[in-house]
Structures are given as structure tokens and as C-alpha cells.
Design a protein around this ligand. Sequence first.
Ligand SMILES: Nc1nc2c(ncn2[C@@H]2O[C@H](COP(=O)(O)OP(=O)(O)OP(=O)(O)O)[C@@H](O)[C@H]2O)c(=O)[nH]1
Ligand SMILES: C[C@H](OP(=O)(O)O)C(=O)O
Length: 225
Amino acid sequence: MRVIVPFTARDPKTRLAPVLDADERRRFAFAMLRDVVDAVAAAGGTPELLVPGPLAPPADDLVDDSDADPLDDLPRTVDERPLTPAVNAALSRLGDGDVGELAVVMADLALATPEALARLFGAGGDVAIAPGRGGGTNALVVRDPDFRVDYHGTSYRDHRRIAADAGLSVDAVDSMRLSTDVDEPDDLVEVLLHGDGRSAAWLREAGFAVDTGGESRVAVRRPDG
Ligand SMILES: Nc1nc2c(ncn2[C@@H]2O[C@H](COP(=O)(O)OP(=O)(O)OP(=O)(O)O)[C@@H](O)[C@H]2O)c(=O)[nH]1
Ligand SMILES: C[C@H](OP(=O)(O)O)C(=O)O
């Protein structure tokens, strides 16, 4: 399965600005991207980056010199357009030659595991969707050239409608790990609680910890932040 991973390092993760400065958001975005690329490859997928320009990954965030960067030598398509037209251009390869299916997996799925992704890749339907909490579309598999994406807002609902209008079947994949995209400060607690990759390690290194201190809902704290 070829797996497109859209990623931008241009002022990424702005909704995390209340807790991370611009350089930190960029580093954390790369840590999540590396986790996602590792999980996609371990699930048997072939990751390809979809980026708006050249990438300059922060090498000093790797654990040590022997820590191979999963981004090295990864195939990448550069498309300066916004997310939706860039992904649709990538999906237009469907039906060419031997490209019978393509997956799109967002780079902010810090909890994605090989098992969860393998379940998505093996799901049925002309379109298989892993919804995000709040109505987004965190990952999908497309097997029909008539399907097009329309991201942002309640894109899960929009994608179901687009598929229905084209007469395509949809399989929804119920997965806590794929439904957790890391957008808001509250999402960081999920990474600390359930993550065991570079993203969780990066947050701990940056001083974040789970805060159970009397709130009705658990949060994160960063004593020096
Ligand atoms: N290639 C490409 N990827 C993008 C673009 N915008 C967002 N992405 C990626 O799409 C995925 C979902 O991004 P969002 O969470 O919607 O946006 P974000 O820019 O990361 O975060 P916010 O600034 O908080 O909205 C992430 O993997 C992003 O890196 C874009 O314009 N081009
Ligand atoms: C990609 C987009 O992400 P969001 O903007 O909802 O985080 C979506 O799920 O449609």
C-alpha cells in the first residue's frame, strides 16, 4: 500500500501556540511525522511525503548518531498548494498503471501503531476512513479514482457525502489511536498517556507531564513553561 503523508513545516501546529513556541511546534511536528512514518512502514505501507517545499528536519532531535532518521531517502512530492488540492493531485494517480489504492495518513497521528494502520489498510470499501475526534478525517484509503478529498471542518461528514454522491461505499474504521490527531493542548495528555515513540519522548524532554491535580479532567503541566 502506497501511503501519502502530507506534512508542512511552515508554522505548523498553530493551535498548540498556547503551550509551544514556533521552534518547539516545528520540532514536535517533526517528532510526530517520524513516529507516523515508522508506524506506516511497520504496518507494511510504503510512506511518501507530500510537502509544500524542501524539508529541513532538525537532526539534533534524533536520539544519538546511530539513530537512523526515518525521513532519510523517503520519496517526496513537492506541491505548494494547500492541503486539499495537493492531496487531490496525489490521488489523481489512482487508476494509473498498477496504482489501485492509495492511503493518506496525517502526520499528526502521534499514537498511530502498526496494528491500527494495518487494520485501516485492510478495511473494505471503495473508501475506508479513520475519523478524527470532532469530525475530521485522520486517515483514509481510496480505491476509486472518482473520490476527492475536502479537508478541514467536519471533513468526515463531507467525505461520506462525496463518496455517496459518487456511488461509492465507505468503511469507517473505529480506532482510538487513529482518531487522536494532536491539534490542541489537551491532546498532548493523550500522547503522554498512550504514546511510546519520539513524540511522547519529545514532550517529556520539553518538561511536560500528566497533571492529575484535582481537575475533573486530566491535563498536562509544564512547570517551567
Ligand atoms: N503538504 C501539506 N500538508 C499540510 C498542509 N497543511 C497541513 N498539512 C498537514 O496536514 C495534516 C493535518 O494538518 P492540520 O492539523 O489540519 O494543520 P496544521 O497546520 O498541522 O495545524 P494548525 O496550524 O493547528 O491547523 C498534518 O499532517 C499537516 O502537516 C499543507 O498546506 N500542505
Ligand atoms: C486535515 C483536517 O484536520 P483538522 O483541521 O480537522 O485538524 C481534517 O481532518 O479535515
